[in-house]
Design a protein around this ligand. Structure first.
Ligand code: SF4
Length: 275
């Protein structure tokens, strides 16, 4: 018997809405069990026998993704990994500016620096060089870079995210997740921003791009630099602080639009570390 939300609610649960499970109704609990794999044993009013009897059916429908909420992040990771699998290991150094190497067991690998760490790419996939677990979003980002990365090195000509084709729908995200947090956190605190930028691996770059109160160059990936510009507030002139992250004109060869946004958000996270 397949267990839908309705059948679990109607045929199995006590329907008293007592809230002892932490959910406001039995129906909400049923939805959590069916769609989000919340443990059925979370309802203390079900007998152990009932929970054990239904466990195989629930496990089977979870395995079939029947009624479960789609895990979008996992889908994105699988898609990115499949994209990357179509590319050869041997052309990665030339395309991404990564380093070819040989592992102790004699197998070939490629080392790709990523912020202050690095990942090792082999025929089997990608792992963090330091053995730590690679966060799922970072892995997705890197697999997409592996698949897309072109060979053209940065030219030093900076462009704004808004000038890149097809970014209109992402402008709000850039404002909300990159520009606004930077302005809010560092307005009137340029010294703190400088300190954080240095700690995050940035290099002062006053001669790069438009003139700003603070200019910092970051190189999260060998072929993908970011230029952070910050203008502090000038209350006496009625000016609010402004921030901008510029990308090299070759960026579309190396990253898709979602990945550009992810990288800029990554920068904000790094600058906010320690708050
Ligand atoms: S503890 Fe059980 S009976 Fe109570 S609300 Fe939750 S699911 Fe319903």
């Amino acid at each position: 018997m397949a267990l839908s939300v309705v059948s679990l609610y109607r045929d199995v649960l006590p329907r008293t809405n007592c809230r002892d499970c932490g959910f406001s109704t039995c129906m909400a609990f049923a939805a959590a069990v069916v769609a989000d794999q919340h443990p059925l044993s979370g309802c203390p009013h079900l007998s152990r026998e009932t929970v054990e009897r239904l466990a195989p059916e629930l496990a089977a429908q979870y395995a079939d993704h029947r009624w479960t909420r789609r895990d979008m992040q996992q889908d994105a990771l699988v898609y990115a990994r499949e994209r990357a699998a179509k590319t050869g290991l041997t052309d990665l150094p030339g395309r991404l500016g990564a380093e070819p190497m040989t592992l102790p067991d004699g197998s070939a690998a490629v080392r790709l620096p990523f912020w202050d760490k690095a990942v090792l790419i082999t025929e089997k996939g990608m792992t963090a060089e330091d053995g730590s677990e690679l966060p799922r979003l970072s892995a997705t980002f890197l697999y997409n870079h592996l698949a897309q990365g072109g060979s053209r090195p940065p030219t030093g000509k900076w462009i704004g995210f808004e000038s890149i084709k097809n970014t209109v729908s992402k402008q709000k995200s850039m404002q909300a997740h990159v520009v606004s947090p930077l302005v809010k956190r560092f307005s009137g605190r340029v010294g703190l921003l400088k300190e954080r930028a240095l700690k995050a691996g940035g290099v002062e770059a006053a001669g790069e791009g438009p003139t700003a109160d603070l200019s910092f160059l970051f190189r999260p990936l060998p072929r993908v630099p970011l230029l952070l510009l910050f203008w502090d507030a000038a209350p006496e002139d009625g000016m609010e602080a402004e921030a901008k992250v510029l990308l090299d004109e070759t960026i579309t060869e190396h990253l898709d639009i979602e990945s550009m946004l992810f990288l800029c958000e990554n920068l904000v996270e790094r600058l906010s570390a320690g708050d």
